[in-house]
Design a protein around this ligand. Structure first.
Ligand SMILES: NC(=O)c1ccc[n+]([C@@H]2O[C@H](COP(=O)([O-])OP(=O)(O)OC[C@H]3O[C@@H](n4cnc5c(N)ncnc54)[C@H](OP(=O)(O)O)[C@@H]3O)[C@@H](O)[C@H]2O)c1
Length: 294
C-alpha cells in the first residue's frame, strides 16, 4: 500500500499498546498522525515517519479514522470532554479497555457530539499487533466498521460483533472467563496428579485432549440453552454431581485445594435442589444467569 491510497489514521495514546498500533499502520504505509500526553513518547514514531500533532484536538482533526488507546475510560472522557468540538470529521474507535456500561455511555456522549463511534477490545499483547494472532473486537454501527474494515485489518484479525457498543467489552471478559476457567481446571488436575509424582508436562497432553473434546460439546449445549430445554441426552446433572463429589473428596484426601471443586458442586447442588437433577449440564445456565444470593 502507498501513501496515495492508504487511509490516513490518527492514534491517540502512545503507551505500549498505542505505539504498537501506530507502528503497524506506519509499516503498512498509512499516513499516521500521533498524539500523546507525554510528548516524548512520539519521538521514535516520528523518526519512523509519523506526524506528531501539537494537540489532541489537532490529532482528532487530522484523519478520517482515529484510534484511542489510553489507560482507562476516565482518561478517555478527560480527553474527549476537552475536545468535543473536534469529533465531527472522524470515526473514533476506542480500543481502551473498560466495561460495557462505559462503552455504551461513551458512545452516547460521542454521538451527541456528532462523532461516529465504535468501541473495541484488543485481545493481544503489543508484540502480536500486526499479525493474525492479534484479535481485535469491534462493536457499534456496522456501516462505520465496514468503512474502515480493511484499514483496521492492518492491526490483526478484526472482528465485528454487532450494533450494541457494549458487545466488544462483554466478549472480552467472556473470553477471559473461558481462559481462566480452562487454566484453573488444568491446575486442579495438575495439583492432584503431582501428589502421585506425575509431572505437569506428562499430564498436559491428556488435559489438552479433554479440553478439546469438551469444546466440541459447545454448539449442541448452546442449542439447549437457546431453546430453554435441557433433555438429558448423555448424562443427567445428578450423575455429574456424584462425580463432582468424588473430585471434592479426592482433592481433600490427597491434600490439595478443594475450593474450586466445592464451588462447582455447590452450583450443581442448588440446581438439583431447584428440581433440575434430571436435566443436562447446561441447565446450570440458570445458576450463572443470576447473582449468587448467599
Ligand atoms: N499492553 C497490553 O498488553 C494490552 C493488551 C490489551 C489491551 N490493552 C489496553 O490498552 C490500553 C492501553 O494500554 P497500554 O499497555 O498502552 O498502557 P500504558 O503503556 O500504561 O499507556 C497508557 C497510555 O494512556 C495515556 N493516558 C493515561 N491517562 C491519560 C489522560 N488522563 N489523558 C491522556 N492520556 C492518558 C498515557 O499517557 P502518558 O504517556 O502521558 O502517561 C499512555 O499513553 C489499556 O486500556 C489496556 O488495558 C493493553
Amino acid at each position: 500500500m502507498n501513501h496515495d491510497t492508504a487511509t490516513p489514521v490518527t492514534i491517540i495514546g502512545l503507551g505500549l499498546m498505542g505505539r504498537a498500533l501506530a507502528e503497524a499502520f506506519l509499516k503498512a504505509g498509512h499516513p499516521t498522525t500521533v498524539w500523546n500526553r507525554t510528548a516524548a513518547k512520539a519521538d521514535r514514531l516520528v523518526a519512523a515517519g509519523a506526524l506528531a500533532a501539537p494537540t489532541a484536538g489537532d490529532a482528532l482533526k487530522a484523519s478520517p479514522l482515529t484510534i484511542l488507546c489510553v489507560t482507562d475510560y476516565r482518561a478517555v472522557r478527560e480527553l474527549l470532554d476537552a475536545n468535543g468540538g473536534e469529533l465531527a470529521g472522524t470515526t473514533l474507535i476506542n480500543l481502551t479497555s473498560g466495561d460495557s456500561a462505559q462503552a455504551r455511555d461513551t458512545a452516547r456522549w460521542a454521538e451527541q457530539h456528532g462523532a461516529r463511534y465504535l468501541d473495541g477490545a484488543i485481545m493481544a499483547v503489543p508484540p502480536a499487533i500486526g499479525t493474525a494472532e492479534a484479535v481485535i473486537l469491534h462493536s457499534g454501527p456496522q456501516a462505520d466498521f465496514e468503512a474502515h474494515r480493511s484499514t483496521l485489518g492492518v492491526l490483526g484479525t478484526v472482528t465485528y460483533l454487532g450494533a450494541d457498543h457494549g458487545l466488544a467489552s462483554l466478549y472480552d471478559v467472556a473470553g477471559l472467563a473461558m481462559m481462566w476457567s480452562v487454566l484453573n481446571a488444568w491446575l486442579q488436575g495438575t495439583a492432584l496428579l503431582k501428589t502421585a509424582g506425575v509431572d505437569a508436562a506428562a499430564y498436559a497432553p491428556f488435559a489438552r485432549q479433554i479440553a478439546a473434546g469438551v469444546a466440541e460439546w459447545l454448539p449442541g449445549y448452546a442449542e439447549q440453552i437457546d431453546n430453554g430445554s435441557f433433555p438429558a441426552e448423555v448424562s443427567a446433572l445428578e450423575t455429574d454431581a456424584r462425580a463432582m463429589a468424588h473430585l471434592v473428596e479426592e482433592s481433600e484426601a490427597v491434600g490439595v485445594n478443594a475450593e474450586l471443586p466445592k464451588l462447582i458442586k455447590a452450583m450443581a447442588d442448588r440446581s438439583i435442589a431447584a428440581g433440575h437433577g434430571g436435566e443436562q449440564y447446561p441447565v446450570l445456565i440458570e445458576e450463572f444467569s443470576r447473582p449468587h444470593a448467599g
